[in-house]
Design a binder for this molecule. Structure first.
Ligand SMILES: [Zn+2]
Length: 244
């Protein structure tokens, strides 16, 4: 029997019995943890604020016989604005699902936790376009999980893809594919020239230092790429995001 204290984000919550919830947490120190928040649905229960989606906090967990328990939590941020905006909520659901699929029990995830909390914070509070925040998350997520796409050079022939040239993003190839190597039956999603520059900038310098002057955000291409890496479908994009 042991107590652990770890920073975590709530990825999923399921009502349990009359007043409880089972939380799926992404923890910094122990990867994915399922823990029971006993009594959290009772009014004024101290665990109530800690048992909502997206909540970031320091969770105290107790592992005894049966379910692991949440015994207390110091909430750091609930990213509250996400709850009032259907589009933002839909993008945030994609982020949570990625984290849930990548995190394994007892495998520390310090970088994924930082990436997820920063991205949720940008979705909730910054003026950055939600589609761009999601696209940048997916690009960093792919890199973090071992599927960093080749962006500077063609993933098939190795030639540099010059600035101002469109390409295709292909998971099977492992990154961008230049015009010469594209085949009608090849997989991948078209990425416009300005989106190629944007992807390179985001991977090198981060979203805040990259010019957001984009005709089209390469979000569907990145989503498809990550879905192939995870071998799972992610939640759908809101209609507007899918079109752009
Ligand atoms: Zn090529």
């Amino acid at each position: 029997m042991a107590y652990t204290s770890t920073k975590a984000i709530v990825l999923r919550r399921a009502d349990w019995r009359e007043n409880d919830r089972i939380l799926t947490l992404l923890t910094r120190d122990r990867g994915r943890v399922d823990a029971l928040a006993r009594g959290c649905r009772r009014p004024n229960n101290p665990l109530m604020p800690a048992s909502e989606l997206f909540v970031l906090g320091d969770y105290m967990l107790f592992k005894g016989k049966g379910h692991e328990l949440v015994t207390s939590c110091q909430v750091e941020d609930s990213f509250y604005p996400l709850r009032n905006d259907f589009d933002k909520l839909s993008y945030a659901a994609i982020l949570l699902r990625c984290a849930e699929l990548a995190a394994q029990p007892e495998e520390p995830q310090p970088y994924l936790l930082i990436l997820l909390s920063r991205s949720l914070s940008r979705l909730a509070y910054s003026g950055l376009d939600a589609r761009m925040v999601t696209a940048a998350f997916l690009l960093h997520f792919a890199s973090l999980t071992g599927y960093k796409p080749r962006l500077e050079h063609c993933a098939i022939c190795g030639e540099r893809i010059p600035e101002g040239e469109p390409a295709r993003l292909s998971f099977t190839a492992g990154g961008l594919v230049c015009r010469r190597c594209q085949r009608p039956d090849g997989d991948g999603t078209a990425v416009e020239a300005d989106a190629v520059s944007w992807l390179r900038g985001v991977l090198k310098a981060g979203i805040e230092k990259t010019e957001p002057d984009l005709h089209r955000v390469p979000l569907p291409a990145l989503k498809r790429y990550v879905e192939q890496a995870l071998e799972q479908r992610l939640p759908p994009l809101p209609e507007y995001g899918a079109r752009m």
